[in-house]
Design a binder for this molecule. Structure first.
Ligand code: FES
Length: 158
């Protein structure tokens, strides 16, 4: 456990006195510092807030923006929920895997991209949907999927 985490837990509890309410801000702050949430981190957070490890794990694994594995600088989620599946998310995933040279769940060797599945990203009217970090891209054309990997919309070659 990092020494500052205890202080962060106290600050979260002051803001949100209920332990399960202070959990999200504390997880967010720790992930922002560490880049992801390890099993050890989950146990430490549970101890800091007086929650069970299982409860903290259930929350951390529910939200797609909490990472339970080390990730690259860009995390690309491909929605595989029903609307996106019907709109061709499997083809989007295949093109991204080919483009990046990795499989779902992996990170490129240069640490630039991690490719993950997500359940419904709550933008079904835009299916198929990709989320790159905090940016949503809808109506993704699998043939031009490299464009969603860059900030300027230019094709990314990996
Ligand atoms: S199923 Fe993909 S956004 Fe809802």
């Amino acid at each position: 456990m990092k020494p500052e985490w205890n202080q962060w837990a106290q600050e979260a509890k002051q803001q949100f006195p209920e332990a399960n309410s202070s959990l999200l801000p504390l997880l967010y702050r720790i992930q922002h510092a560490e880049g992801w949430l390890s099993d050890e981190t989950i146990r430490d957070v549970a101890s800091l807030l007086g929650l069970t490890t299982q409860y903290v794990e259930s929350v951390a694994s529910f939200y797609s923006l909490f990472y339970r594995q080390k990730v690259g600088r860009n995390v690309v989620h491909v929605c595989v929920g029903l609307s996106c599946a019907l709109a061709g998310s499997d083809s989007v995933m295949e093109h991204l895997e080919h483009k990046l040279g990795i499989r779902e769940g992996q990170t490129t060797a240069d640490g630039e991209y991690t490719l993950l599945e997500a359940e419904c990203l709550a933008a079904c009217d835009l299916a198929p949907v990709i989320q790159r970090n905090l940016r949503f891209v809808g109506h993704v054309d699998p043939e031009n999927v490299g464009r969603v990997l860059s900030d300027d919309g230019k094709e990314v070659n990996s």
